[in-house]
Design a protein around this ligand. Structure first.
Ligand code: AMP
Length: 211
């Protein structure tokens, strides 16, 4: 499928979980800037060292660091792809326009109180980045990834205080992108609340209707 999709939504709206599933089913390449940055931090690369402080504080990493990452990834892809966590502001959206023709933006809509609960109870796999929720999607064995057996951990930016800052940054910098894609006629708003499977079905229906 020649889909070039941007997945928008607040932190904790379920982008990562839904993105993985959608890419598996539709054969799209998943590019998650958050995952790429966390990997850089884990490997202590020069990018990781520069990005860590911003991430831990719930701020956006400076554009010049993220844009290089995306350019390199997107240019290497021949078929469809889905971007999770990029673009995060208007400057990044403009840059994206110079390297790809985005044909769909999916905006996941979730109430703020639900978001905080989701993030505080979120656990992620150190090895494969699979995401769990202690109640809605618990791992079969405590602390272990179902998929690869890797160790589960709580992201350093998943504390309640940092989540509030990430939500503030989201509203100020990222939310305006929904209007940008709406004006182009390629935005679909999807209710991101409820069971993971139900949300997934809504997204899949929206993608199939639009593409
Ligand atoms: P995420 O996994 O998408 O929630 O991203 C985690 C953190 O990585 C964010 O709070 C930012 O600090 C950083 N980050 C991820 N994507 C971007 C981006 N496109 N631009 C700037 N910072 C980003």
């Amino acid at each position: 499928m020649d889909a070039k999709i941007v997945l928008l939504g607040a932190p904790g709206s379920g982008k990562g979980t839904q993105a993985k599933r959608l890419c598996d089913e539709l054969g799209l390449t998943l590019i998650s800037t958050g995952d790429l940055l966390r990997e850089a931090v884990r490997n202590n690369t020069s990018l990781g060292v520069k990005a860590k402080g911003f991430m831990d504080a719930g701020k956006l990493v400076p554009d010049e660091l993220v844009i290089g990452l995306i350019q390199e990834k997107v240019k290497g892809i021949k078929d469809g792809f889905l971007l999770d966590g990029f673009p995060r502001n208007l400057e990044q959206a403009k840059m994206l326009d110079t390297i790809a023709d985005i044909n769909l933006a999916v905006n996941l809509d979730v109430n703020e109180d639900i978001i905080v609960d989701r993030i505080v109870k979120r656990r992620s796999c150190k090895q494969c980045n699979e995401v769990y929720h202690l109640e809605a999607k618990p791992p079969k064995a405590a602390g272990k990834c179902d998929k690869c057996g890797g160790e589960l951990y709580q992201r350093t930016d998943d504390s309640e205080a940092t989540v509030r800052e990430r939500l503030r940054v989201y509203k100020e910098r990222t939310l305006p992108l929904a209007k940008l894609y709406q004006d182009r006629g390629i935005l679909v708003n999807v209710d991101g609340q409820g069971e993971i499977d139900a949300v997934y079905k809504r997204i899949l229906d929206a993608v199939k209707r639009k593409l």
